[in-house]
Design a protein around this ligand. Structure first.
Ligand SMILES: [Zn+2]
Length: 326
């Protein structure tokens, strides 16, 4: 077949067999997918191009099972105030992250996640600073003192165990939040007229309050997501290796925390860190209380726990530095 023949050759979806149009075709690693099949994939899935036909088929089966399960999903609690929200079935200890309203859930088919599938969660505060300028003699110049508009987007971010995706995130407020500030070069002097600055900053307090309010919302959501999941039973571990199986819950949680710290772009929580350190100390005290500190095994255990505490601290400190942009 010649070049033109190839160009006009009919193409078919590797999954449903329907003909795909020139603009409606989506590449997967070993074939083509149609728009309709692509629309059925998870919102959180982003490995289409490297997925095989078999993997896509498997995911579509899972998505259909998910759709059926949604019929029994009872929303008893909602968290978040943005387009995307957390819809919770408290009895099933499961949740959805979706922009769909309750009545169109089955149609939109958001993935049901069990809370014990959450590996970790936190929130991020995206900040952007823009100077506001004024037009003087046809030129844009700074105000005196310079004025700045800060924009914020507060997102809950989580890592989950799922065969098709591992990260989810959503903004907890409807639109970008703003905060207006001025930067004084020198302390304003008594008697100077700064009524224009006062006017400019008239909403700053309310803006600040809103940012704090949504930071708290994000923190509450991240906390709810992680409440039990962070210390989830060992059975929930992904691909448990021989080493992982022989780990104690404390070792496993510490390892999960270290891994999180090494990879996170969001600030690890101090409370997590302190909790782990406390558990390590408690375990050491338990060894001493039982009088095992004098035995070789007891000594080795104490030393291993010291080392674990050091590793946790090092990973935490490094993550804090990295996440604060230092
Ligand atoms: Zn198709």
């Amino acid at each position: 077949m010649g070049f033109l023949g190839g160009l006009f050759e009919k193409k078919y979806c590797a999954v449903c067999g329907n003909q795909v149009s020139f603009f409606g075709k989506r590449k997967i690693s070993d074939g083509l997918l149609c728009k309709d099949c692509e629309a059925k994939l998870s919102d959180w899935f982003d490995d289409r191009r490297t997925s095989t036909i078999a993997q896509i088929k498997e995911q579509l089966d899972y998505r259909e099972e998910n759709r059926k399960a949604l019929a029994n999903f009872k929303v008893t609690k909602t968290m978040g105030d943005g387009d995307w929200r957390l819809l919770i079935d408290e009895e099933a200890d499961s949740f959805l992250i979706t922009a769909a309203d309750i009545h169109s859930i089955v149609k939109v088919n958001p993935d049901i996640i069990r809370r014990d599938e959450v590996i970790t969660s936190g929130y991020s505060l995206g900040e952007r600073k823009t100077e506001e300028t004024q037009l003087v003699d046809g030129k844009r110049v700074s105000y005196d003192p310079p004025r700045f508009e800060y924009s914020y987007n507060i997102k809950v971010e989580l890592k989950v165990r799922n065969p098709y995706f591992d990260e989810m995130s959503f903004q907890v407020h409807p639109t970008t939040l703003h905060l207006h500030k001025v930067e004084w070069a020198a302390k304003p002097k008594l008697g100077e007229d700064h009524s224009d600055v006062t006017k400019y900053l008239e909403n700053a307090k309310a803006e600040q309050a809103k940012i704090e309010q949504y930071t708290q919302v994000a923190d509450e959501i991240a906390h709810w997501l992680r409440r039990e999941a962070y210390y989830a039973p060992q059975a929930a571990a992904v691909n448990p290796t021989a080493a992982a199986v022989s780990q104690t819950p404390l070792q496993r949680d510490a390892q999960a925390f270290i891994t999180f710290c090494n990879t996170t772009a969001t600030m690890p929580e101090k409370a997590h860190y302190e909790d782990l350190q406390k558990r390590i100390r408690d375990e050491q005290n338990e060894i001493r209380r039982k009088g095992l500190a004098v035995t070789a095994t007891g000594k080795a255990d104490l030393a291993a726990l010291d080392q674990l505490a050091e590793q946790v601290t090092a990973a935490y400190k490094e993550a804090v530095l990295r996440c604060s942009g230092v």
